[in-house]
Write a protein that binds this ligand. Structure first.
Ligand SMILES: [Zn+2]
Length: 190
């Protein structure tokens, strides 16, 4: 073994997300929510219907992330996961409700509406990725996960501190904040 090499290299990992596909899913989610917003603002659908459709869009995006994880799982010989988290949907439902309320009582400017959709889309994708990668590790009785940061001038101190290997029994919450771009890698050799 070469001691100059880090103990867990990317080549040894079971799973790491496909960056390009993540970006595509994030954009698709943004586009879907923007379109829904336009239809709602045009008065074509009720608030209740907009809420239901919004939740469906979010569920579908999350399911696509689960599919992405399971495709990698199969490739690397891991057991597939099934999506189970209701907590996530409850949280997103609250956010969607606040968003639609803000539009109805006109406290949410057009700029804020776009900002919210961008922020929420990114959060949904990265939260879905983190939750389900953790689930993939548990499903396969893996004991550690590697916190990976996107290292640039925007990376915050909190995420830098979290970078590295964590025991599955004490994982720090990921995403660490809105706009967090961190993700888990399942290290190999477990
Ligand atoms: Zn982060």
């Amino acid at each position: 073994m070469n001691l100059a090499e880090p103990p867990q290299t990317r080549q040894e990992s079971y799973f790491e997300p496909n960056e390009e596909r993540l970006k595509k899913e994030e954009q698709r989610l943004k586009d879907d929510l923007e379109l829904l917003l336009q239809i709602y603002l045009a008065g074509s659908i009720s608030k209740i219907l907009a809420f239901a459709l919004g939740l469906d869009i979010v569920k579908n995006a999350r399911n696509r992330i689960v599919d992405m994880i399971n495709e990698s799982a199969v490739e690397t010989g891991l057991r597939e996961i099934t999506e189970i988290s209701n907590e996530f949907l409850k949280m997103i439902a609250d956010d969607l409700k606040k968003f639609l309320d803000g539009i109805e009582d006109k406290t949410l400017s057009v700029e804020r509406q776009s900002f919210f959709i961008n922020l929420l889309s990114s959060y949904i994708i990265f939260k879905s990725l983190a939750d389900n990668t953790e689930l993939l590790a548990r499903t396969n009785s893996l004991t550690t996960l590697l916190w990976v940061i996107v290292d640039d001038e925007k990376t915050c101190d909190l995420c830098r501190e979290n970078e590295g290997l964590h025991d599955i029994t004490s994982l720090p919450p990921m995403p660490a904040h809105y706009s967090c771009r961190c993700f888990w890698i399942l290290p190999g050799g477990q």
